[in-house]
Ligand binder design. Structure first.
Ligand SMILES: Nc1ncnc2c1ncn2[C@@H]1O[C@H](COP(=O)(O)OP(=O)(O)OP(=O)(O)O)[C@@H](O)[C@H]1O
Length: 123
């Protein structure tokens, strides 16, 4: 049994993949925002399957959906770390959480613009 986090580094690829899937599982189970973004992402994919945009629009749509989900996971991870290390209310913690929320907001705006342009261009 390892007692130092450094001992857990450089594991085989299969093990790393398992950790990453475990992380996705935690994010899905514990974070309603991650579930919400996955739901909206899947809804958008079903909608675009009917509209049949070109390959380049598909690439942009899939990229932006994955970026939003990844940003939400990053947001949740940093928030969890902050709450673990500093459970009390503090203006700096509040600022960091607001900036993390801004990251997700910016990507969501970009996704909205890409989605509308893809629809207009494909109908
Ligand atoms: N420890 C803290 N100190 C100061 N302000 C805080 C703290 N925790 C949260 N806040 C404020 O409350 C807001 C919401 O908190 P938090 O991000 O934890 O909620 P949430 O619903 O999990 O948000 P998100 O949708 O980003 O996951 C933050 O953006 C921040 O302004």
């Amino acid at each position: 049994m390892e007692n130092n986090a450094a001992d857990l580094k450089n594991q085989p690829f299969k093990q790393k993949l398992q950790f990453a899937l475990q992380g996705l599982g935690y994010a899905f189970k514990q974070e309603s925002n991650v579930r919400r973004h996955i739901f909206f992402g899947l809804t958008a994919l079903i909608l675009f399957a009917f509209v049949q945009p070109t390959a380049i629009w598909w690439a942009l749509i899939v990229l932006v959906i994955c970026l939003i989900i990844a940003a939400e996971i990053l947001n949740s991870s940093i928030e969890a770390m902050l709450d673990h290390l500093h459970p009390d209310i503090h203006p700096t913690v509040g600022c960091i959480k607001d900036m993390l929320a801004a990251m997700v907001l910016l990507l969501s705006i970009a996704a909205g613009i890409i989605g509308v342009l893809a629809l207009v261009d494909s109908i």
